[in-house]
Unconditional design. Structure first.
Length: 228
């Protein structure tokens, strides 16, 4: 199939539903290999399977930490991260402590992120910080991005996909303007079409989390020009 590999390399091919079964995760891995996605993003239980399925390929193994609420302790998030890394994870998408952020406990939020970042970077893995934009006002979104940057994270990410809403173009633009060019910005939640993806990239996203990646790429093969 003729598809846009540049777009494929933006996509974290995602299956985070709680009722996913082994064969579905294997199928996601097979699709990621076929379409050359950036990563496969799964819950931590599936990391060993995904690492085995993707071994020797450029597709990364991504997992989530403190997911989806972010309200576990830093020690729990660090332990979860260590296990995931030992199992083969190469990218960690962690959820911030949303309540601490909204309550003004900025040092708690920053140290929570830094704990995961330090363990991940020591193992050569990157960290994407999920700020859950649907639950924050504008000033809180800006603060969350600033704290993620201060803690040494590699990306800021909009959403878990399990809250009230997902990524918006406005939030991506705000996040990009806050972190500048020093970090990646990942849009996730509700991105289902090639048009959605292009809008997010135009606003500043450098990675897209989607379970509809195959459909998005098939649309590029039917498009006279899929460039953005």
């Amino acid at each position: 199939m003729n598809f846009d590999r540049t777009i494929a390399r933006l996509i974290d091919h995602t299956i985070l539903k709680p009722d996913a079964i082994r064969e579905e995760v294997r199928n996601i891995c097979a699709e990621a290999l076929r379409y050359e996605f950036a990563s496969v993003c799964v819950n931590a239980y599936w990391v060993p399977l995904v690492a085995s399925e993707l071994r020797g390929s450029p597709v990364k193994v991504c997992t989530v930490v403190g997911f989806p609420l972010g309200a576990t302790s830093t020690a729990a998030k660090v332990a979860e991260t260590r296990t995931a890394l030992a199992d083969g994870a190469q990218e960690i998408d962690m959820v911030i402590n949303i309540g601490a952020l909204r309550g003004g406990e900025t040092s708690v939020v920053e140290s929570d992120i830094r704990g995961v970042v330090d363990v991940s970077h020591a193992a050569g893995a990157i960290v994407k910080v999920i700020i859950e934009t649907a639950l924050l006002n504008e000033s809180e979104k800006i603060l969350a991005c600033q704290l993620a940057r201060s803690a040494g994270a590699d990306f800021v990410k909009t959403s878990t996909g399990f809250s009230k809403s997902g990524a918006t173009v406005e939030d991506i633009a705000l996040m990009r303007s806050t972190v500048g060019l020093s970090m990646g910005v990942k849009a996730s939640g509700g991105i289902r079409t090639l048009q959605d993806l292009k809008a997010m990239v135009a606003a500043g996203a450098t990675r897209i989390g989607a379970s509809a990646g195959v459909g998005i790429l098939e649309a590029t093969s039917n498009s006279a020009s899929s460039g953005y």
